[in-house]
Design a protein around this ligand. Structure first.
Ligand code: PLP
Ligand code: ZN
Length: 425
């Protein structure tokens, strides 16, 4: 994406050999303009036919047009719901808020949309081992898709602060799991080096085929809104894969003529892992890595590899970046959870980010906002139970739902149920 050098789609390569820059999948704009209409995508809604039954491969012409359908590794992913949430909208200060629940993907996070692209590419390349470093969800997804495709999955975890649901998934799906004594950023360097050494295909979000899958979150939202463009898309930012993919997908929709203007993107980072936010304050000219600390482990990333693509997205969409505290994240999560929706901590950045941007006057109350819920509530059950029992270090739960203990008698149970105040939803 920096120097414009081109490589064939079947070359195994993760960065530009000339300039070291990030790679981008480049589609043929003439083919896209000729082939794609909103009608084509609408006709496939509700089909049982693979791979078009997937919310990624419904848009195959925009993702990987010439891959044979029987090579596609799909669970199938996507087709996640877009929830209109009036109570949370009122809390955040806008009239219309939708939450797109990417936790409804096969392994419980949006990573599946990228993994179907990446593992399909591994099959195309004929590679039998795939690997990633992960804060958790990428490894859960990689493990599942590798197993489904009959490949060996290899995941490098950090040895501290991994959400149990994610680790359990990777092990259950049969991946080779290695806990490495290093943080995410160091693990990512290691996996790239070891993989090169051993001929393993790397499926971290530097892999451009993953971003092709993830951009379908934008296409699907706009399709669910009957091809109308919301004013804002609000998304948590960690390694900035989504941020990068969203801009690319929207830009392509715009170039094809499916949408006539771009929504604005707001990227929300945790205060303790905010290198993009800091860079934004300095005009996005460069980024200083930070030492990352946050309760939202999915975005505990200090040196996001997709920085340059994220900057491109912010420029294309007149985007903004905001930061939120762990306290704000966990309280917003509790509100999303008690709507009956539920999400993991990182996802709650989207909701509290909207509130913050409304208070700053950047998002206007009448504007239509779509927030992305990136992961499922069960991914991090520890965080839920610790929050509600007030044992999360440094967090004072504003919306704790206390767990009662009772003797096994009608009197004891009745006394709890009669004295408990009814809580507003
Ligand atoms: C991976 C992940 C993120 C961060 O997304 P990026 O694309 O790395 O910015 C946020 N939330 C959840 C639940 C994730 O799994
Ligand atoms: Zn280059």
């Amino acid at each position: 994406m920096d120097c414009g050098r081109q490589y064939p789609v079947d070359q195994i390569i993760y960065s530009c050999e000339t300039c070291g820059g990030l790679l981008d999948v480049q589609h043929d704009p003439e083919y896209l303009k000729k082939t794609i209409t909103s009608d084509l995508f609408d006709k496939r809604l509700g089909t049982y036919e693979a791979p078009y039954n997937s919310g990624v491969w419904r848009y195959k012409e925009m993702i990987y047009p010439d891959v044979p359908n029987d090579m596609v590794v799909s669970r199938p992913e996507g087709n996640t719901n877009l929830y209109r949430t009036p109570k949370l909208a009122a809390w955040a200060g806008v009239e219309t808020l939708y939450l797109k629940h990417e936790g409804e993907n096969p392994t419980g996070s949006f990573k599946d949309r990228g993994m179907t692209g990446g593992v399909t590419q591994a099959k195309v390349l004929g590679i039998e081992r795939v690997a990633c470093a992960s804060t958790g969800n990428t490894s859960a997804s990689l493990a599942a898709y590798a197993a489904w495709a009959g490949l060996e999955g290899i995941v490098f975890f950090q040895n501290k602060q991994i959400a149990m649901g994610k680790l359990a998934q990777a092990i259950a799906y049969g991946a080779t799991g290695i806990q490495v004594d290093a943080d995410f950023d160091r693990n990512l360097e290691l996996v790239r080096q070891v993989a090169e050494h051993l001929g393993i295909y790397v499926l971290n979000s530097i892999n451009p085929f993953r971003l092709e899958g993830q951009k379908t979150i934008m296409i699907e939202i706009i399709q669910q809104l009957r091809w109308q463009v919301p004013d804002w898309i609000v998304v948590p930012g960690g390694n900035l894969g989504n941020t990068s993919a969203f801009g690319k997908g929207l830009h392509e929709l715009y170039e094809i003529g499916i949408i006539d203007h771009m929504p604005r993107i707001a990227v929300i980072q945790a205060e303790g892992a905010n290198p993009l936010y800091r860079s934004y304050l300095n005009g996005l000219t460069s980024m200083e890595p930070v030492h990352a600390e946050t309760v939202a482990t999915a975005i505990k990333i200090g040196n996001p590899v997709n920085f340059k693509k994220a900057v491109r997205t912010l420029k294309w969409t007149n985007g903004v970046v905001e930061e939120v505290s762990d306290q704000e994240i966990m309280d917003a999560k509790a509100l999303i959870d008690r709507q009956g929706l539920g999400c993991e901590p990182a996802s709650a950045c989207s909701l509290v980010g909207v509130q913050k941007l409304v208070r700053k006057g950047i998002i206007k109350p009448h504007e239509t906002v779509v927030g992305i819920l990136t992961g499922h509530v069960l991914k991090d059950a520890d965080a839920v139970l610790q929050y509600h029992s007030d044992t999360l270090e440094g967090i004072h739960p504003r919306y704790a739902n206390k767990l009662y203990q009772s003797e096994a008698t009608i009197e004891a149970l009745s006394s709890i149920l009669e004295t408990k105040e009814a809580e507003p939803a």
